[in-house]
Structure formats: C-alpha cells, structure tokens
Design a protein around this ligand. Structure first.
Ligand SMILES: Cc1cc2nc3c(=O)[nH]c(=O)nc-3n(C[C@H](O)[C@H](O)[C@H](O)COP(=O)(O)OP(=O)(O)OC[C@H]3O[C@@H](n4cnc5c(N)ncnc54)[C@H](O)[C@@H]3O)c2cc1C
Length: 451
C-alpha cells in the first residue's frame, strides 16, 4: 500500500488547488480521481474544433475575486459577458411578453424596473422571514405587497422561479428564504474563449493524479487514514475529500468510523441541484446582432425562457440555454434530439420559421453523472450557509472536506471551490499559503518546462 502525507479525493478545482499548495510546501500528495480527466465540473468539449464548456463557464463577478486574481496571474484570456447570474437587464436583451410578442425598449425597461422594485422589497421581506419560510413564500409576500396589476405580477413570479432554477438548480418552493443571500455579483462577469478547463489543467500539471480511481471507503488507522479505491489502496496522515455533495449524499463512500454529526448533518441538510446546458448551433443568426440574451416572460417562457448568444467562442451562431430544477431532471429522461427539438419549438414560437434546424448541439446530464450526482449545492428549507462551512472540518484524526459545497460565502461556484481548496491546504500546513506565490509558481514551472 502506497503511503503519502496527504490523500486528496477528487481532481476538480478544490482538490487540485489543495494538492498543488501542499506539494509546493514539500508534502507528498496523491490525488485519486474517478474520471479519466481533471477538472470535474469544469469540463470543456473540443470535439467540434472549438471549446464548449459543458460545466462551469463564468466567473460571477471579478471584483475582489481571488479566482480572478489567479486567472490574471496565469494570463488566461477572458471575455466580458455579464449575463450569467440571471440579470434582469444591463446588457442587450430581446424580451418577449407572456403572449410571445417582442417587447419594445420601453416595455423591456418597465419590466426591468418592476423586477428591480420588487427585488428591493424582497430583501426586506427575507430579512423579516421566519425559519421554515421558503423562497416561494417570501417572493409571494413581496409580489402581493407590490400593488402591481396581475399580468405584470405573473411575469415577475415566473422570473423569480427561473432565477432560483438557474442559480440553485432547485424548485423555488424547496429553497430556503435565505437561499440566494450570498448571490450578489461584484463587478463584471467573464467567460473563457479557450475553455474553462485550462485553469484546472494548469493547476494540476505535475500533480500525481491517479485516474480511474473511484474511492469507495475511507477508514481511520492508528497513524492516519486508509483510502480504498477500486484500483488500489493508499494511506496518509491527512485526507481531504472533495467529491461533490451529491456523491456524499449517495453514500458512495463509506466512512469508518462514521462521519461525525456536524459533517453528516450538513450533508443531509444541504441540497444538490440539477442545472443542465443545451448548446445549439444554427446555420444563420435569427436574433439581432449584439443581443446577449433572448428572454421569454410569463407563460411564453414557462419551460424554456432564456437563450444566451455565445457565438463569440466558435464564430458560429450559437445559443446556450439551461434546463434546471424539476424541468432539468425531467429532461434527463429524454433523448438529446427530443430535448433540442423541444427548445427549438419554443424558439419558433417567438421567431417563427426563421429558426432553422440546429446544425450541431450539446446536451448535458449532470444529475445522471455518477461522479457529480447533480450540478451544485443549495440551501433547502431549514439549511443555512453555516452548514456549508461546518462540512469543511477538520474532524478528529485529520479528515477534511473541500469543494464548492463547503464554502458558505460563495457556494456553487468555481471561486468557492478554489477558496475551499486553499483553506484545506492552510489547515493542514497550519500556516497561511500566499495565493500570489502559488500562481507565480505555476507560471515558473511552465516556463521551466518550455525551456
Ligand atoms: C452545468 C454547470 C454549470 C456551472 N456553471 C458555473 C459557472 O458558470 N460559474 C461557476 O463559478 N460555477 C459554475 N458551476 C459550478 C462549478 O462547476 C463547481 O462549483 C466547481 O467546478 C466545483 O469544483 P469542486 O472541486 O468542488 O468539485 P468537482 O469539480 O466536481 O470535483 C470533484 C471531483 O471528484 C471526483 N469524484 C467524484 N466521486 C469520486 C470518487 N468516489 N472517487 C474519486 N473521485 C471522485 C469527480 O470526478 C470530480 O473530478 C457549474 C456547474 C455545472 C454542473
């Protein structure tokens, strides 16, 4: 059995960050990864000759972001695209009203102002909410108090529902009233024209990652831990588990002794949402040049409601749309062709026969992926942001968790995964790890390798 200082389980953003920081400090580290690639939920498909980000695409807000500082230090090119957090306006959007008619600029502006006004009141309603209140409860209270006419309320209600589905992958009635508290976006958002997986690949270069090593048991020993994967067993003083919350909830990994209460309570209280992507490429653009988002409101957007123009990545007219929450789970039972046809039908209801058959498409199924079992974590009714951080540990004997679900300030993001990996490394080393030096070391190693 091979012995290391630390075994890290999972080669996503959290696991690779932690492993690399420990290695930089001279520790012997191995990363056990179930898949045949690094990056986990950062997954770029290049089979078409251009990158298609099937998992994460955005940095949601670059102001005072540690992740953005890393991306800048590594000189990874990005593109401003501040529409990734279900904004109501701010960038060019084509809106369609509940009957599927294109809204003019004035109607769009009035709609955006309606949402912003109710959103402001919503913050106060949430602050006054009681334990057990759902996000549906608080949005209904804010809508009722708004005094707006019923048809305008319908469109805002639909918007709130879809915002929860996109941001949390959950049904609005299942999300805690505080489930979007941490969802503020600071500064612009950016996407990655070369593919987001460049980041984990560069962090992970030179890290001892054992692929096709699905871990199924983690057991305490007198001097540390034994980690059993289907392709071998490893021992170490410390172990860091970075598998997604959905994998922990499925009990695919057996812990001996069983996990302590704070960890097992967090795992059962937190929720794992489903958020899937559908990319469609068209022979010609049927939407206006410069439009960032096409959005259908109210009844017109009940199923499919938002399409994002990401043509800039491939140079081919491309729309990205999302199926999340209950619809996302349902669509996983259909074939790719059925999913695409359904979304195209919705576009034709807005643009008519100008919408040609897509020439290529990509459909994800993160909820069915055995190594993700969902897309990202959220707060079901009764859970709190403390549940995220309570999962991190350290627990008796040097067991730690990292990953987006363990970072309460910014869960469900690449940024949260990065911060959590950094926290786990600092906790093991017992001292701060300088992030600028971490980034500089990556660049220095790359220069050395290129010589
Ligand atoms: C469709 C989609 C879109 C998203 N969009 C964004 C976005 O735009 N911006 C953003 O910031 N975030 C986004 N996210 C969330 C973001 O991708 C994640 O928060 C982040 O990548 C999680 O990193 P992680 O290291 O915590 O987990 P992961 O990346 O999931 O890494 C965990 C690793 O553990 C491995 N593993 C699982 N089980 C085992 C096992 N038993 N044994 C060994 N290895 C195992 C997995 O294969 C995986 O590689 C998106 C996610 C999805 C699914």
């Amino acid at each position: 059995m091979e012995r290391f200082d630390t075994v890290v389980v999972g080669a996503g953003m959290a696991g690779l960050t932690c492993a690399r920081m420990l290695m930089d400090a001279g520790r012997r580290v191995v990363v056990l990864e179930a898949r045949e690639r690094v990056g986990g939920r950062m997954c770029t498909d290049r089979t078409g000759g251009f990158p298609v980000d099937l998992g994460a695409s955005w940095i949601h807000g670059i102001r005072e972001s540690a992740l953005w500082a890393l991306v800048e230090a590594l000189q990874i090119p990005t593109r401003e695209f501040t529409v990734g957090s279900f904004q109501v306006g701010g960038r060019p959007m084509e809106h369609f009203d509940a009957s599927g008619r294109r809204m003019d600029a004035q109607a769009s502006a009035r709609w955006a102002a309606d949402v912003e006004a109710v959103d402001r009141d919503l913050a106060e309603v949430i602050a006054r909410s009681s334990p057990g209140d759902s996000y549906l409860d608080v949005t209904e209270r804010a809508l009722e108090a708004s005094g707006l006419p019923p048809e305008r309320i319908l469109e805002i209600r639909e918007f709130f529902r879809h915002r929860v589905e996109e941001q949390c992958g959950a049904w609005i009635g299942d999300l805690d009233a505080h489930g979007l508290d941490e969802d503020a976006i600071d500064g612009d958002e950016v996407i990655f024209p070369r593919g987001y997986d460049e980041l984990p690949r560069r962090i992970g270069a030179g890290v001892d990652v054992r692929f096709a090593h699905t871990v199924h048991a983690v057991g305490r020993t007198p001097d540390g831990w034994t980690v059993r994967a289907d392709a071998g067993s490893f021992t170490a003083k410390d172990v860091v588990i970075t598998v997604p919350l959905g994998v922990l909830q499925s009990r695919a990994i057996e812990f001996d002794p069983p996990l302590p209460r704070p960890a097992s309570d967090s795992i059962s209280r937190l929720g794992m949402g489903v958020f899937n992507k559908v990319f469609m490429q068209f022979p010609e653009r049927f939407w206006e040049e410069g439009t960032c988002v096409i959005r259908a409101l109210g009844a017109a957007g009940e199923r499919w409601h938002s399409w994002y123009d990401v043509s800039v990545i491939s140079g081919i007219p491309t729309l990205l749309t999302f199926a999340a929450g209950p619809l996302g789970r349902h669509l996983q039972t259909l074939s790719d062709a059925e999913v695409v046809a359904d979304s195209v039908r919705a576009l034709r209801a807005l643009y008519g026969e100008r919408v040609a058959e897509p020439i290529a498409s990509w459909v994800t199924r993160w909820g069915d992926d055995p190594h993700a079992r969902g897309s990202y974590s959220h707060l079901p009714i009764g859970a709190s942001h403390e549940d995220h951080d309570a999962l991190a540990g350290p627990f008796d004997g040097g067991l730690r968790f990292a990953g987006e679900a363990t970072w309460g300030r910014e869960p469900a993001t690449v940024g949260g995964a990065y911060e959590s990996g950094h926290r786990a490394a600092e906790s093991i080393l017992g001292r701060p790890v300088d992030r600028a030096a971490f980034a500089a070391a990556i660049v220095a190693r790359e220069r050395e390798a290129a010589r």
